[in-house]
Design a protein around this ligand. Sequence first.
Ligand code: GRF
Length: 187
Amino acid sequence: MKNIAILASGNGSNAQAIIEYFKNSSAIKVAIVVTNNPEAGVIKIAHQHKIISAIVSKNFWGNEESMNKLLNSLNIDLVVLAGFLQLVPAFVIQKFPKRIINIHPALLPKHGGKGMYGKKVHEAVLAAKEAETGITIHFVNEKYDEGEVILQKKVPVDAADTAGGISEKVQQLEHEWLPKTIEQLLK
Ligand code: GRF
């Protein structure tokens, strides 16, 4: 059995898609959901699916010994950042070479980097009059949104699109492709 740790700070719709996709899998299991935000919707989702969730403070998250204890105790094979808004410490990256992935709601290297999340990304896409946008799933390194790209999928941007409309189209792609990509990586 391969174990996934999902790290998320927000609504958790991607976490939910992953959890549901692997619900009946005998090969891959979501072992824990980790969040830095006590209000994160993802905690409820984990609870509903009887998955352990941990709310970690910045101190804990930045402390090598505590994080190692947590991740080692669950035999984590892959760390998935699904809307996790903190930089991953170098020791976590070194511990999981090519075993931490992130999803970004645009076609990197465009519209990424520190502070580019949520609606801001889609507003930047509109302001740049892009003909298309999409999703990027990539390995995580020490810089925001700069690790090696694993997969990109595109959607057209229509003249009448709003940031909210783009967000919906992009999230559909995310929910479809993030679980499949995890499955591929863990094969
Ligand atoms: C997603 O759009 C993802 O691309 C980005 O953060 C968002 C998280 O959404 N990194 P949700 O919490 O999974 O609904």
